[in-house]
Ligand binder design. Structure first.
Ligand SMILES: Nc1ncnc2c1ncn2[C@@H]1O[C@H](COP(=O)(O)OP(=O)(O)OP(=O)(O)O)[C@@H](O)[C@H]1O
Length: 897
């Protein structure tokens, strides 16, 4: 057995091997040690008497899913080696084979996946100036690829920006990092050969990303292309709008190869490879994505508290995943955005529609993931009955979608394939409450297969035969207490009381003598027993066969099922957005191509939700282009808004909410505002607060400037830029000067819509020189020396900053606040002096703090010191010296008190 173990271990390098032995999965050697650590299993050893015992750990087979979850969460890969023969019939040792390999990126089991999140496996193929990236969600079969440029994507004439993540001469990796941040893959495949490739080295620094190294040959371009052609059974990849020589295709081929290797049962549900083109989406870089907390919060990277959590009114996991996808990839094409908005508007206008659709969808199972399990021949009987139940809802959904006006809902109705035969086939064959496991039987409906019914009758219906036989034998022998019984050791037997033993006919064969009974068997009874037991076995085998055939048959319809799953997901997302719009009082944005923004009474979607109603103060934003003829009413609006105001007033909230509303509108959602005209942005940039890049070894200021450099170099006229307190991490003069120059550059060279929140009041002077810039501030009121935040954005510069008042609100001690006030006044007065000298009045301590330690000055007068001074060690005996030392010590104690 250990020999087989070692063979299998050799076949599955880099994985933790779970080796089935009877009712347990066992782990040995290093795997056992890892399992003990990660899974909390007790480490024991095999063959304790040996001088070199083998470490070992294990768990019962039914606990597999729970343990797999923990192993995968800890970033491990696990190979499951099962017994592939029935131990009862096996000759010699039971045959064991690896039945699946579970890796973070190739999960398909519901129990291991988060229903609301896509779980991507990704692969890269770096070339000189571009890198191919492919990603696959194995649990649904969605497979995409893209080419990402490694050359700085600068605006025309812009100088390439300085040292980025891999140093001044390395490739520019931001675009790749942005894509990975968008996808958040669980596992990324690279070639062993690329260990020192700068791209791969940089990827190794991304937290929570498992890099899996593959043999170099699996990345050989010709092979990669062949893998894809063979899988899709096509002569070229042109049908997918892909070139055979693109690194994106190579990455996809290497990825599919791996997926096939891990999923021993096949990946037939991967039916197409879709090219992902960057141009059709609103680009949101990694830093912006995090700053805006689109899908996770900045501080603890949780979904709760993110924009996604707030706008999610979907009722199915398919919908939840698609919503996350839409939010991560907002559109730029105005007609495409409007198509979604039309659908949301139509649903929002018809309350009963949303209610009906949601109550239907709530009953649906995760059709996308069910289909994938059918396709990989891993669907359980229960999966098939869940599939049929979901299909049973479709006629009602189709009826509800019928007669809609907008194109999107009409096309959903058109694409909703009822798959009626699939449903009919499953319903005809599988019982309503199907068990999880086919091996125990009870899967196939009675009446479906005559042969099966016969076997079952024979095994169940034996009762009648037994009753008849028992009656017949009572009559024949005259023993009225004669009974037929059954136990596992002897099978069927006849039982007679000891008193009647003499009446037993000679053909009865005695098998067992109990205290008061004798047990016998007879040839007819044994013959019958044989038949019954065989029938049971044959019934089980036949059930399995029928089930496998059915699953095979359903798997032929994967494409249709996938299409239907997509319709369900889209219906769910659109309905969810409509419910959100109505429930949260959102308005339909008017999406236009001009780079303008006119939001009236806009609210921050997340704060609006958490604050009590009426507590959130709505604000307007109007950005335009001077002299813009297309939007005359915005022609006088600035395109840069410089917002000053006290801390805590709501500056960050205001600028973020503007970016969030733009993202929401471009994904096809209504927005929290009274009205909104949103000019489509090609990119959104948010430089907000300190980010957590310290772990990547950069200083806060360096990170801030790197991100700023990127904005300045790649923003276009159509971009939306949100800047929060640029230049904060350096000296005031440096900071002001940088912020000043950055603002001028954005105004003169880029011309993009910009919201800039700052504490540097000096910058408000820019209004006099920059025509497209306007000042705004957040209103506050001082009441009896206290500060009241009104959270209202008003035109003009803030008159002062109120930092000290805010510090007082925060509980900074009174002494410090008063002192800061004095210093501030002096600074303000000095500011206007010609000399430039700074004379801060000295601080007057309010109370003296007693020094606990003696200072040198005090030491001179100390009684112990004078005692020491008077000593003449030369004239003392050791005893006297000791006495004197003891005396001085107690004196010292006394004084210290
Ligand atoms: N429009 C609003 N209505 C109601 N409350 C608001 C509004 N805007 C902000 N707030 C509240 O004020 C708090 C501070 O807001 P924000 O962080 O935007 O201030 P800030 O001006 O950027 O502060 P700082 O300059 O210190 O970063 C928020 O947590 C929020 O609870």
């Amino acid at each position: 057995m250990m020999q087989r173990y070692l063979e299998v271990k050799k076949e599955t390098p880099g994985t933790i091997l779970l080796f089935r032995m009877g009712d347990f999965y066992e782990l040995f050697h290093e795997d056992a040690e890892i399992a003990a650590r990660v899974l909390g299993l007790t480490l024991t050893s095999r063959d304790k008497t040996s001088s070199n015992p083998v470490p070992m750990a294990g768990f019962p087979f039914h606990a597999l899913d729970g343990y797999l979850k923990k192993l995968v969460a800890a970033g491990h890969r696990a190979a499951i080696c099962d017994q592939v023969e029935d131990p009862k019939t096996a000759k010699g040792m039971v045959r064991r084979e690896v039945t699946r390999i579970i890796t973070p990126g190739t999960l398909t089991e519901d129990s291991l996946l988060d229903p609301k999140r896509s779980n991507f496996l990704a692969a890269i193929f770096p070339e000189k100036e571009r890198v191919g990236l492919a990603w696959l969600e194995l649990s649904t079969g969605r497979f995409q690829c893209a080419e990402v440029s490694l050359v700085a994507q600068s605006r025309k004439n812009a100088k390439p920006f300085a040292a980025l993540r891999t140093g001044p001469t390395g490739p520019r990796l931001e675009a790749l990092f942005d894509e990975l941040a968008r996808l958040q893959p669980a596992e990324l495949l690279v070639s062993e050969d690329w260990r020192i490739d700068p791209v791969v080295v940089a990827l190794g620094t991304i937290p929570d990303l498992v890099l899996t190294e593959r043999a170099p040959w699996s990345f050989v371009p010709a092979r990669c292309v062949d893998v894809l052609k063979n899988h899709f059974k096509t002569a070229t990849l042109e049908g997918f709008d892909l070139e055979d020589d693109s690194p994106a295709v190579f990455a996809a081929g290497a990825l599919l190869d791996y997926a096939r290797e891990m999923q021993r049962t096949g990946v037939d549900h991967v039916m197409k490879l879709e090219p992902h083109r960057r141009g059709s989406n609103l680009l949101i870089d990694d830093a912006t994505r995090r700053s805006l907390e689109l899908t996770r919060t900045l501080r603890d990277t949780r979904r709760d508290g993110s924009l996604l959590a707030v706008i999610d009114e979907t009722v199915t996991p398919m919908g939840a995943r698609l919503l996350a996808d839409w939010l991560s990839n907002p559109l730029t094409d105005v007609p495409a955005i409007n198509a979604r908005l039309d659908a949301v508007a139509e649903i929002a206008a018809d309350r009963s529609f949303a209610g009906d659709v949601q109550s239907l969808l709530k009953e649906a199972y995760d059709l996308e993931r069910l289909t994938a399990r059918v396709a990989t021949l891993r669907a359980s009987p229960r999966d098939l009955s869940s599939l049929a139940r979901t299909l049973a809802l479709l006629p009602r959904l189709k009826a509800r979608l019928a007669g809609r006006h907008c194109a999107k809902l009409r096309s959903l109705e058109g694409n909703l394939d009822l798959c009626a035969e699939v449903r009919r086939d499953i319903e005809a064959a599988v019982v309503d409450e199907a068990p999880l496991n086919v091996a125990e039987g009870g899967v196939i409906r009675p009446g479906f297969n005559a042969q099966l019914d016969e076997f079952r009758d024979l095994s169940n219906g034996g009762k009648q035969w037994i009753a008849d036989y028992q009656r017949q034998e009572i009559e024949r022998t005259g023993i009225t207490s004669l009974k037929v019984g059954f136990n596992k050791v002897f099978g069927y037997y006849l039982e007679v009381t000891a008193a009647n033993a003499a009446k037993v006919p000679p053909e009865y064969v005695r098998k067992q003598t109990l205290k008061n009974q004798e047990r016998y068997i007879t040839p007819p009874l044994k013959e019958y027993e044989d038949k019954v037991l065989r029938a049971e076995e044959r019934a089980l085998a036949l059930e399995q066969e029928i089930f496998s055939r059915l699953r095979e048959r359903v798997s032929q319809e994967c494409r249709r099922l996938q299409q239907t799953a997509e319709v369900l997901a889209q219906s769910d997302v659109l309905t969810g957005l409509a419910v959100l719009a109505v429930r949260s009082n959102y308005c339909r944005p008017q999406v236009v191509a001009d780079p303008v923004l006119d939001i009236r009474e806009g609210r921050h979607p997340v704060l609006d939700r958490v604050k009590l109603s009426g507590e959130f103060v709505p604000n307007d934003v109007r950005l335009g282009r001077t002299g813009d003829v297309a939007s005359p009413d915005l022609s006088t609006a600035p395109h840069i808004l410089l917002i000053t105001g006290p801390n805590m007033a709501g500056k960050s909230t205001y600028i973020r909410q503007t970016a969030l509303l733009t993202v929401m509108a471009q994904m096809g959602s209504f927005v929290p505002a009274r009205s909104a005209v949103i000019g489509v942005a090609d990119r959104v940039f948010a430089r907000v607060g300190a980010s957590d890049e310290l772990s990547r070894g950069q200083s806060t200021f360096m990170v801030e400037m790197t991100e700023t450099a990127r904005i300045l170099n790649s923003a276009t006229e159509r971009s939306l830029v949100i800047l929060d307190e640029i230049g904060r991490g350096t000296s005031t003069y440096d900071g002001v000067s940088l912020a000043w120059a950055i603002t001028e550059f954005l105004h003169d060279e880029v011309g993009c819509r910009t919201l800039f929140a700052t504490h540097y009041h000096e910058l408000t002077e820019l209004q006099t020189t920059l025509a497209g810039l306007a000042n705004a501030n957040v209103a506050v009121r001082e009441q009896n020396g206290d500060l009241v935040f009104l959270h209202r954005i008003v035109p003009g510069a803030a008159d002062r900053s109120y930092g000290i008042q805010v510090a007082r609100l925060a509980g900074v001690p009174r002494d410090v606040i008063d002192r800061a006030d004095v210093i501030l006044k002096t600074l303000e007065a000095d500011h206007h002096k010609e000399t430039g000298e700074l004379t801060i009045p000295a601080r007057k301590p309010r109370r003296k703090i007693h020094a606990l330690q003696m200072n040198l000055f005090d030491a001179d007068n100390h009684p112990v010191m004078s005692g020491l001074r008077d000593l003449d060690p030369a004239a003392m005996t050791p005893d006297q010296a000791l006495d004197e030392l003891t005396r001085l010590k107690s004196k010292a104690r006394e004084v210290a008190g």
